[in-house]
Unconditional design. Structure first.
Length: 768
């Protein structure tokens, strides 16, 4: 925004000092701290939402460990929120700590978040054009490269802020001159930027009017010129007169370096917070630039060795030499992150991308996570969750960790319950994973990773209740009321029982029973049964009402068994394949019911279904194999069914449609039977004998079907079956060699010549 009245008389108030900084810049943070200590201001004003200024004293709490963030959100729509992070190397954080240590007033002066959250849509920042000009003039792709070299890695901070102010004045003027015609969105962004700066100027004037003589103003470098020339903007009140205001609530939340990075979506983010942390730490320790670069490469070498990759001290030394040489060639006084990255890739990583990805994630960005005191402003749900984590000795970690639980131990069971409740509340801190070493149903393995994005989900969860239990129970009741189909209800019941929300179980079971009684959709009932069967198996450890669940299971299974024959009649290929999936799901959990009555009911249904006329071949073949595997069909009975479905005499005269059914029967019978064909000699002999008895014409007709079916088996299985056929006496397959016809006369002449050489040069007649 250009001054709207440059000829206004000068103000009689003291002129504030403007410190233009890079958000989360370690160099400007160090320089700012030095300037504040030398100048000793009596009031510190900082760019940030003015309605959250009363929360700044928490940054002086002994248990507050950055990175942390101020979270301001609309209580009517928690997803409309703004984050304001603070890292230890953030200039704003150092300014707050300076003011708190000296007990001088410290305020946030930017436009209140209650105004910004009332604006619909994302407003683009207006400074992009000016910074693009800076990058072009510096000959770099992004202006951050130049800024890091010139400002953040600068060892001497004297007069740095005067230089930044002059630079920003020129950039703003050049950016306005080069800016294209503003569209509606760009115009809105510029107007909002003008309103923000107008509000900051008004807060500065208020501090002047209160009598403060040495006012320090800490703001983003781009805003510095407009805050230094207060008298050039007399119409600020008009700009601030038409802003909408919405109610907001606020809290402190832990943050991570990964979320602080630019790719996280935070507008004032940085690309390399881990590198900035290293610069800050080394400067605090008084390290020289050479030591800073050397220790960075040493950290890289240690990280790669921990990951099982080669990175010797010689690699580190050679990498440092290359980085220093690159900096010298580019006219830079010391190697920055670009030079160190190039040297690392070339020397330590030997040109490979994989180690560089590890370095970027673990060091350049970093996985550090901050801590917030439990008594700091938090939503009630977050406070309860914090207490539960502490009680169960679970610490949120931004890195992926593995948690193994034995549910027979009360502490482990409570941990599992908490994680399942959070999943129900859409806070996926943990995800269950299958562990090959886990035995029985008493073990759970979780993959845990805490993400800062959970802060908004926590606020949303607080709308359902002030504790984890209350919120999860209310969500369960809501989901039960919304569910309309049996599978959704039974999956919800599974989640509710794992979350130990016992008070919600009877209502959901009753809804399942009612829906099952009214439903005529057998596939839906089949999808609903497996979760209930698994719940019954977990009953002993989860302490669920087994009798109540058993009654629902019995009702569903009875209706499935009655309705299956009509449901499976006259299915096309796609419908048969889908039905096979439903059958597999139910068949896989029947054994979990541990009820002889249920199992016998299921097997009788399968036997009757397998004999049903017109049943699709895919289903008939699979059911026949199941009955054979369970010894409910003898080998002879199975052979009869195989002969009936694939009779050579019948195949010679059937139509193409019937041939497809025969192929489907064989596919259903053998699909997924790799281990059975290898280990079950009876099944193998049954199939082998049937193939060997096929007459020639029938075999030729069946070859495509057999090829497709056996082609679905694994290569190892096919190889073992081939070896078995060969060992049983099948004629070996010979390579086809073209026949060669010999000419006896030519052969005799060759032999005569060879004989001459062998007997000393005299050609002797050799019998051909």
């Amino acid at each position: 925004m250009t001054p709207n009245h440059p000829a206004v008389p000068r103000s009689p108030f003291p002129v504030p000092r403007i410190f233009g900084i890079r958000h989360h810049g370690p160099g400007t943070a160090r320089a700012l701290r030095g300037e504040l200590e030398a100048w000793e201001p009596d009031c510190v004003l900082i760019e940030g939402p003015a309605d959250a200024g009363h929360l700044l004293p928490w940054l002086g709490h002994e248990l507050m460990e950055p990175p942390v963030a101020l979270l301001l959100y609309r209580p009517d729509d928690p997803r409309r929120a703004g984050y304001f992070p603070y890292a230890e190397f953030s200039p704003e954080y150092q300014a707050v700590r300076h003011a708190l240590a000296r007990k001088i007033p410290v305020r946030l002066i930017d436009l209140p978040q209650g105004y910004l959250l009332g604006v619909d849509g994302r407003v683009p920042p207006p400074e992009e054009a000016g910074f693009r000009l800076l990058a072009k003039a510096a000959g770099v792709d992004r202006y951050e490269e130049w800024w890091n070299q010139a400002i953040e890695q600068r060892r001497d901070g004297r007069e740095i802020f005067e230089g930044i102010l002059t630079l920003m004045r020129e950039l703003r003027a050049a950016g306005e001159a080069a800016a294209p015609a503003a569209d509606e969105e760009t115009a809105a962004g510029r107007r909002l930027a003008d309103q923000r700066e107008a509000h900051m100027r008004r807060e500065i004037r208020q501090a002047q009017g209160e009598g403060f003589q040495r006012i320090a103003v800490v703001c983003g470098a781009w805003h510095a010129p407009s805050l230094a020339d207060l008298d050039a903007y007399p119409n600020d009140d008009e700009l601030l007169g038409d802003l909408p205001l919405v109610p907001v609530e606020m809290a402190w939340v832990p943050w991570t370096y990964g979320r602080l990075a630019a790719h996280s979506g935070y507008g004032a983010g940085i690309r390399s917070p881990g590198w900035y942390d290293h610069l800050w730490t080394m400067a605090e320790a008084g390290a020289t630039p050479a030591e800073t670069a050397g220790r960075w490469l040493a950290r890289i070498g240690r990280l790669l060795r921990e990951e099982g990759l080669e990175a010797s001290p010689a690699h580190v030394i050679e990498g440092l030499r290359l980085a220093e040489a690159l900096a010298a060639l580019r006219g830079r006084p010391l190697p920055g992150l670009p030079e160190l990255n190039e040297a690392t890739r070339a020397v330590i990583c030997e040109g490979r991308d994989e180690p560089m990805q590890i370095i970027r994630q673990r060091l350049i960005v970093g996985e550090r996570m901050g801590l917030v005191p439990p008594e700091a402003p938090l939503v009630p749900f977050h406070r309860d969750l914090f207490a539960e984590m502490k009680r169960l000795r679970l610490r949120p970690d931004p890195e992926k960790t593995t948690l193994k639980l034995d549910l027979r131990h009360p502490l482990h069971l409570e941990r599992s319950t908490l994680l399942h409740r959070l999943q129900l509340l859409d806070i996926p801190w943990g995800q269950t994973v299958k562990a090959r070493s886990a035995q029985g149903t008493y073990n759970e393995v979780w993959r845990l990773q805490w993400l800062p994005d959970f802060a908004v989900r926590i606020i949303t969860a607080n709308l359902w209740g002030n504790t984890v239990f209350d919120a999860a129970a209310e969500v369960a009741r809501h989901l039960a009321g919304e569910a309309r189909q049996l599978p959704a209800l039974t999956r919800l019941l599974d989640r509710v029982i794992l979350a130990a929300l016992d008070e919600a179980v009877p209502d959901i079971l009753q809804r399942i029973a009612d829906a099952g009684a009214l439903s005529s959709d057998i596939p839906h009932m089949m999808d609903a049964l497996p979760p209930l069967a698994r719940i019954m198996r977990y009953g002993s450890v989860r302490q669920t009402d087994q009798a109540l669940i058993a009654r629902v299971v019995e009702t569903l299974l009875t209706r499935i068994c009655i309705g299956l024959p009509s449901t499976c009649a006259r299915l096309n290929d796609d419908a048969a394949d889908e039905m096979l999936g439903h059958l597999l799901n139910v068949h896989g959990v029947i054994g979990l019911l541990e009820s002889i009555v249920h199992q016998e009911q299921w097997w009788e249904t399968l036997r009757g279904l397998a004999d049903q006329p017109g049943l699709h071949g895919l289903l008939a073949g699979r059911l026949t194999r199941w009955l054979f595997e369970a010894e409910r069909l003898t080998g002879a009975e199975t052979a009869v069914r195989l002969e009936r479905a694939l009779s050579p005499a019948r195949l010679a005269s059937i139509r193409a449609e019937q041939l497809q059914q025969a192929a489907a029967w064989l596919d259903g019978f053998l699909r997924g039977a790799d281990l059975l064909l290898i280990h079950d000699r009876t099944l193998w002999q049954l199939v082998d004998r049937w193939v060997m008895q096929l007459p020639g014409e029938a075999f030729e007709a069946l070859v495509p079907l057999l090829r497709r079916t056996f082609g679905s088996l694994s290569e190892a299985t096919r190889r073992q079956l081939g070896e078995r056929v060969y060992a049983a006496g099948a004629p070996p397959v010979r390579d086809t060699v073209p026949a060669v016809r010999l000419d006896p006369a030519q052969g005799a002449r060759v032999l005569e010549t060879l004989a001459g050489y062998l007997v000393g040069g005299e050609a002797k007649e050799i019998e051909p």
